[in-house]
Design a protein around this ligand. Structure first.
Ligand SMILES: [Zn+2]
Length: 351
């Protein structure tokens, strides 16, 4: 899943390429990617793109007024696990298998793709003005603290609001914004802290280590991804990168101490850590640790991302059905811009 550093660099590149231009066309290759019906998506056409920002793991495109259209509007895109952006030549073809949508500007097209058959990436289109004056982005805001702009005290306060394992606390979007499975492994390794350590058990020194490691890891990766993207768009956005120290490095030597990197497998997730650096040389027993994580976690980080805070810890009926193998739209529950799937239309229920 693209996390804070990946999305921050997408935001920079999209801003550089498209802000100030009018959206000429919006092509939807998959009807399911659009999760809102009102206002109609055609409303966005001809509007100028005023800005783009990150909201948790979402990107928010802010559009201004144009002839005949008063009041601004917002396009909110969540990439979920496999959604990615690519830059196309103006009006470039949407690839058949991966392509979900394209936003066409005069100097290029922003292509949204999603690998695999699970269609989870989403677009919401909303008015910037709500009837009751509330924040139009409130339904999309999970409320997590921004790790790069908060103070050490705020960081500690929000992570100790409830007692959780560090792994869970770092990756919960209602606690911290933008951190997922990959960077949390890297942060904990740099902080030399066990993923299973409970937030109410940290010493002052350990809080300093965690706060410093969080910022250092995120900034290091923003810099690296920015360098890689150069003047183009980030390529190969993946949770597994060769420069990572422990994430995705099971059985490979830790770059700090040389011990082999270990893992805790839980449902479809894997937490990687180095016993030498993080747990005083003691491997965490996989099975019992999975049980501990099981108590502290929903089945997967994807679920954590999708669930409302009130549903955390309870089974999610929307996820209990096996994903359909068919990629044919007809095989899915009725979900179209005109008649949104009730599960999908409750935007609060998604990450
Ligand atoms: Zn180590």
């Amino acid at each position: 899943m693209p996390e804070l550093p990946d999305i921050a660099v997408y935001v920079e590149r999209i801003e550089h390429q498209f802000v100030g231009q009018n959206l000429l066309k919006l092509r939807l290759a998959s009807p399911f990617v659009l999760r809102t019906a009102v206002p109609p998506i055609s409303d966005v056409l001809e509007r100028p793109l005023l800005g783009i920002k990150r909201l948790g793991k979402r990107l928010v495109f802010s559009f201004g007024e144009c002839a005949g259209k008063t009041g601004g509007s917002l396009l909110v895109i969540h990439l979920m696990v496999a959604g990615r952006f690519k830059l196309l030549a103006p009006g470039g073809l949407i690839p058949k298998k991966l392509g979900l949508a394209a936003l066409d500007f005069a100097n290029g097209s922003l292509l949204l793709t999603e690998a695999g058959t699970k269609r989870r990436a989403s677009i919401h289109y909303v008015s910037a003005l709500t009837l009751d004056g509330s924040d139009p982005l409130a339904p999309f805001n999970r409320g997590g603290l921004e790790p790069l702009s908060c103070t050490a005290d705020e960081f500690r306060q929000v992570l100790t609001r409830e007692n959780h394992t560090l792994k869970r606390a770092l990756t919960d979007p209602t606690i911290l914004s933008g951190i997922g499975n990959g960077y949390s492994d890297e942060i904990l390794h740099l902080a030399k802290l066990s993923p299973l350590k409970q937030t109410n058990k940290l010493t002052s020194e350990e809080w300093d280590q965690l706060f410093t490691a969080t910022r250092a890891t995120l900034n290091e990766w923003i810099d690296r991804l920015r360098d890689e993207a150069k003047n183009g768009f980030p390529e190969n956005v993946t949770a597994f990168r060769k420069e990572m120290r422990v994430h995705g490095k099971y059985k490979q030597p830790c770059p700090t101490c040389g011990s082999l990197v270990l893992r805790i497998v839980y449902a479809d997730n894997e937490t990687n850590y180095c016993a030498g650096c993080q747990t005083g040389g003691k491997p965490l027993a996989d099975r019992s640790m999975s049980r501990l994580l099981g108590k502290d976690w929903p089945k997967s980080l994807e679920e954590l991302e999708e669930l409302r805070p009130s549903l955390l810890g309870k089974p999610n009926p929307a996820r209990s059905t096996k994903p359909t193998k068919s990629t044919k739209p007809e095989a899915l529950p009725a979900a179209s811009p005109a008649s949104p799937n009730p599960k999908r239309s409750r935007i609060k229920a998604e990450g």
